[in-house]
Ligand binder design. Sequence first.
Ligand code: ARG
Length: 605
Amino acid sequence: MAEPFRAALRGMFQAALERLSADGVVAIAPAELPALVELVRETADSKHGDYSGTMAMGLAKRAGKKPRDVAVEIIKRLDVGDVFEKPAEPVGPGFINLKVRDDALARAVTDACGDERLGVAPVDRPETIVVDYSSPNVAKPMHVGHIRSTVIGDALARILKFRGHHTITDNHLGDWGTQFGMILWGWKHCRDDAAFAADPTAELGRLYRLVRKVADGKPEELAADPAAAALAQQYPDAGREVLAETAKLHEGDPENRALWEQFMPVCRREIDRIYARLDVSFDHTLGESFYQPLLAGTVHDLEARDLARESRGAVGVFLDGPDKPPLLIRKADGAFLYATTDLATIRWRMEHWKPDRILYVVDHRQSQHFEQVFETARRWGVGSVDFVHVAFGTVLGDDGKPFKTRAGDTVGLEALLDEGVARAFGVVTAADADRGTGMPEAERRRIAETVGIGAIKYADLAQNRTTDYTFSFDKMLELKGNTAAYMQYAVARVEGIFAKGGIDRGAVRREAAAIAFTDGRERALAMKLLRFGEALEDVEADYRPNVLTAYLFDVAGAYSTFYDALPVLKAEGTERTTRLALCDLTGSVLRTGLELLGIRVPERM
Ligand code: ARG
């Protein structure tokens, strides 16, 4: 497979810059080259060619030369092979603009059509990458906050894998925390056996919500919930008792342990149902409880290496000197903490999976926790590995505040999915009535599940992950604009051509050899399609799935411009072959792109 355009061009610029330095025009250290060649990027406007190199400006400044002169010297040394048109001279202050030759572009389309990777080269150096994501605290109902980690983590894992990395996905369940103290206390004081027999998850959820209010003892919450208020009055010490239940569980108390073992499968069934609807799965689900046997040893080892020490009965790692707050790894009452588990987990993963990178797809509010855990792990000497906290912002409601129900509760994830699907059913039904296609209800329901869930996932992925994001069903279900429904419809539209013309896509791929461009809109679409691999590379650079959604939206736009202006089925000869090949590749790129985002495409819409 030919090298993708941008990578090839960066290699060509690297060679030119090495010669520039050897010839004494501007001194460039070898270590600077990677950052300099990254300044070869796609142009914003194709008027200026397909790619542009902008390094002349910076290099000129430090050499005390004119940027244009430096650009001229670079161009002199640039060997663009038979892939690009050789630029005659720099543009503006010193931009070096390059255009892919039409014959090279046509060859690349042919190759991509016949390639199951659609022309995307795998990475040169595959790494083992652990992706820690979703990781909800079980026994609490999953809520809207969990969608971001689940959806972003799943998309990143799929993309990294497609790029050729060895990915290991791990759902680090919070299955050992204080929430179990609440359920255990609730079970012992106010359970409803009949309700548990009928719907165990619902009953555990009820106990959790009730006991949390009793244990927290906030007057305004108790005032709004008479059942909680009555319990709080009857058990004024509930808060402390709840903590004691958790401690007993951790110490191995047989009764609490047996109850935990009874509750866990119930909790797992609940979240697994949600994962199935979201089409998300994990290679491993090793929750916090799995590392419990390793925690005491972790604390001992850190103490023995003088990294941790006791302070007022607790044990902490003092990363920034004795006066700054330490990272606590054991409380004065002997309890281990979230950080202790994370440290033990790193050790375990290093021993068993030997990763080069570990990604943590977790809310930005935990950034300090991860900074401290990563630094402690480095000093502990766990081995050479990159830790990345892939942080994301909060989900907001229309009012700009954290997304809540009218009653002020956090929004349950399942109810949210149900509402998205119900609204999608309305949209699908209206579109069907509009077109008079008369789809049976069962089919409309199936499509609505795909469109509704897709809408929720895509709306999240299309956001810059680091900003807060405003949740809006109305916006995410629009049929125009950068939405899942629009993209899913685009795939149906492109692929519909083959059905309509009674055309065998396999034959299109075999004949794609004879392609040539006669119109700028064909060329523009082809160029976009061949940047699929570059978009995926850019996603990995910053762990931003929204780079892929933006790319796919651009592809759909370039396709519309092409398709609205040029006949395909009615064209003849090479024009027809070329255009059918472009339709085929568009369909494949959009479909594969959506799959990499974890978004399904309905058979018809
Ligand atoms: N269970 C945690 C929470 O809900 C997230 C865990 C993230 N992963 C980790 N290794 N700490 O906040």
